[in-house]
Design a protein around this ligand. Structure first.
Ligand code: SF4
Ligand code: SF4
Length: 361
């Protein structure tokens, strides 16, 4: 059954699938320690499911196997040397840094629909069976399942890495009540490398395989809903939605694969946006221009909060006189109508010109 399953998965745009069992007890101490350290920050949903995350059969009773699937997301036209291009963008204070995975269609929709189609194809072949599909879902230990299914290993940055695909892919899972033959866990190939730890702007990877989400720019710009900690703001540079630095630095991403799906084509608004263009969007423009995009999920207030931080960092970096005046004017123009959260970030931003970068603690 595995070979036909692989063929259907490929037809649906998945690059690889594998099968994991459901005994993840070896991962429980690490998960418990991560939660006890508070590294999940304000993502209460992470703690809410407790050890159910490591116990698929408790989350979905009857589950005996998990089909883990990989879907590459680099946009089809991504040029060679894309890591250098991305690092250069991050070095230009007035450009907006948007994580590569988020520039096209919302992957939740793409993966969920295709995982369901894969389950339907399997059901057509073997008869009805119990199942549930997940992608990027809090109660699932995705990286652990992917590793056990043989899709890759857990890199020191905590993401899944594959020798033939780096880390630029999404993961999805189908919990099934079918006994399927399990794959062999993938071997780790990080060797003596520590490039991701060195590259992280906020030192969020506090030790190999240990991510303090509270310091991670992806968490701060997407998941976190309050004020961004003042000490971390200057370290965020122009990253306004997610962060790719640990992946850009990873040598395995020279093998990153382009997606065959048009869904992940870069949308026009995210080709090479500037901070001031995005800052100028009204809430109605934000909602219409991010329709069907994962970015829409954060809402206009967090979007503006993130942009205010990046504009403050642009002022801190030192701009030409005309650019500085334009940034100041744009920030001030929105201050009056802004809510408390955004206004506080605007005030912070306006105070950044001439400030030194703080030392990391
Ligand atoms: S996403 Fe960015 S901030 Fe988060 S761990 Fe990677 S490099 Fe650090
Ligand atoms: S940068 Fe190096 S240590 Fe980090 S995940 Fe990649 S290979 Fe592993």
């Amino acid at each position: 059954m595995l070979e036909p399953l692989r063929g259907w998965a490929r037809e649906l745009g998945f690059s690889q699938i594998g099968i994991s069992g459901v005994d993840l007890s070896a991962a429980e101490p690490g998960l418990r320690a991560w939660l006890e350290a508070g590294f999940h920050g304000s993502m209460q949903y992470m703690a809410a499911h407790g050890m159910k995350r490591a116990r698929p059969a408790e989350l979905v009773p009857g589950t005996v196997s998990v089909i883990a699937a990989r879907m590459d997301y680099l946009p089809p036209g991504t040029p060679d040397g894309w890591q250098r291009i991305e690092f250069e963008r991050l070095g230009q204070p007035l450009q907006a840094g948007v994580s590569m995975y988020a520039r096209g269609r919302d992957y939740h929709k793409v993966l969920r629909a295709r995982l369901q189609k894969l389950a339907d194809r399997l059901a057509a072949a073997v008869g009805p069976f119990g199942h549930r599909v997940f992608t990027d879902s809090a109660p699932v230990l995705e990286v652990e399942l992917a590793t056990r299914a043989g899709l890759g290993w857990r890199g020191r940055h905590t993401l899944t890495l594959a020798r033939d695909a780096g880390s630029t892919f999404f993961l999805g899972e189908i919990y099934v009540d079918l006994a399927l033959p399990h794959g062999e866990p993938a071997q780790a190939h990080c060797g003596g490398c520590s490039a991701c730890l060195d590259a992280c702007p906020t030192q969020a990877i506090v030790a190999p395989y240990r991510l303090d989400a509270r310091r991670c720019i992806s968490y701060l710009t997407i998941e976190h809903d309050g004020p961004i900690p003042v000490e971390l703001r200057p370290l965020m540079g122009n990253r306004i939605y997610g962060c790719d630095d640990c992946q850009l630095a990873c040598p395995w991403n020279k093998f990153a694969q382009r997606s065959p799906l048009p869904d992940f084509e870069v949308r026009a608004h995210f080709e090479a946006p500037t901070l001031l263009q995005l800052w100028g969007w009204s809430e109605a423009e934000f909602l219409s221009r991010t329709e069907g995009s994962p970015i829409r999920r954060i809402g206009h207030e967090r979007w503006q909060r993130n942009l205010a931080v990046a504009l403050g960092n642009a002022l801190r970096a030192g701009l030409q006189e005309a650019d500085e005046a334009a940034v100041r004017q744009a920030l001030a123009a929105r201050r009056e109508a802004a809510g408390e959260l955004v206004r506080e970030h605007i005030d912070w931003a306006l105070a950044q010109a001439g400030q030194a970068l703080p030392a990391l603690t």
